[in-house]
Design a protein around this ligand. Structure first.
Ligand code: F6P
Ligand code: MN
Length: 325
């Protein structure tokens, strides 16, 4: 089934139905263009992995494809249905159609530090009802999301989408159309795979130190089985793998300056990933509280993010907090 047909038959009925189908179709249109730029990187004199010269509001160096992806999304959303656009790459809110009922928040190109290494990158999106002051309308808990998902630009360009009833998956075909896949992600409850950037080990809180030490002890430790580690440094790629075959992902706060709440952004990254993960039977928290219940205070707020297989999430959560040794 084509994405357009799926949207017409699966988006919830009500006032948001028409704008939502339009917005997701618009995001898909932008994703087709972004995928093509990512695929052709290096050809025609373009080097999209090059620094664009600027920094986003989080202090990350912007790549040329970060900026281009953001522009393509803005153009696609200007087609209607969206009151305001919130982007990891923009300091300020982009106000579009004040009469529209939806707002969209995006990480236009997640994992962009990997462009020049030909690794999977992606576009993460979150769709919320437009409420109150439009300039700050994305400051809502993630449980309010009407839809969320991500496009991943890898060997295949795939869309993972939820409109609140499970997760549907679509693959970009040769004709530039998203076709539904039979795969409906269901995260296995138990896992023996974990994802964390071990280079920061000495900065981790003791709870993370203790938990990872138990996994590394494998068969000889309290968990009595061996674990495997993967870290893509591309949230969409790590999330995709976990949605496919289970696992746990951790990017908590640590003691590096500026990393008290980790690195990932609540509105653009944690909320949409958390909704997908929950809709696929997994769990997502900041180590203590459910991500989807957090009230954002600011648009670019970072938050600790731990997500994945339900039983491993429970194992992590039950680790006692104790002061640094
Ligand atoms: O968007 C931030 C991001 O690039 C994620 O895609 C990824 O999970 C993380 O940062 C990698 O961070 P680090 O380079 O600290 O491992
Ligand atoms: Mn990102």
């Amino acid at each position: 089934m084509l994405l357009t047909h799926w949207l017409a038959t699966h988006c919830p009925a009500g006032p948001h139905f028409e704008p939502m189908t339009k917005v997701i179709a618009g995001l898909a249109k932008a994703a087709v263009q972004i995928a093509s730029h990512a695929r052709l990187n290096g050809l025609g004199g373009h080097d999209y992995g090059q620094a664009a010269g600027g920094q986003n509001s989080d202090g990350d160096a912007q790549k040329a494809l970060d900026v281009l992806a953001d522009q393509l999304i803005i153009e696609a959303l200007a087609g209607g249905g969206v009151a305001a656009y919130f982007s990891e790459e923009q300091d300020a809110t982009i106000l579009l159609d004040a009469e529209a009922g939806l707002v969209v928040a995006c990480d236009p190109l997640d994992g962009s530090s990997n462009i020049d290494t030909n690794l999977s990158v992606g576009t993460i999106f979150s769709i919320l009802p437009a409420t109150g002051d439009l300039a700050n309308a994305a400051l809502q808990p993630g449980r309010n999301q009407l839809a969320a998902g991500f496009f991943i630009y890898g060997p295949q360009t795939i869309l993972l989408l939820t409109v609140g009833k499970g997760v549907a998956t679509f693959c970009l075909d040769q004709d530039g159309q998203f076709q539904q896949l039979s795969w409906q992600p269901q995260i296995p409850e138990t896992t023996s795979e974990f994802a964390i950037n071990a280079a920061y080990q000495r900065f981790w809180p003791t709870k993370v130190q203790d938990y990872i030490a138990q996994l590394l002890a494998g068969k000889d430790g309290p968990r009595t089985r061996d674990f495997n580690m993967r870290w893509c440094a591309s949230l969409v790629a790590d999330a995709y793998r976990i949605l496919r075959r289970g696992g746990i992902f951790l990017y908590t706060g640590d003691s590096r300056p500026g990393y008290a709440e980790g690195r990932l952004r609540l509105i653009y990254e944690a909320n949409p990933i958390a909704l997908l993960v929950e809709q696929a039977g997994g769990a997502a928290s900041n180590g203590a509280d459910r991500i989807l219940d957090l009230q954002p205070d600011s648009l670019h707020q970072r938050c600790a993010l731990v997500f994945g297989s339900a039983s491993e999430m429970a194992e992590f959560t039950k680790q006692p907090e104790h002061p640094a040794r």
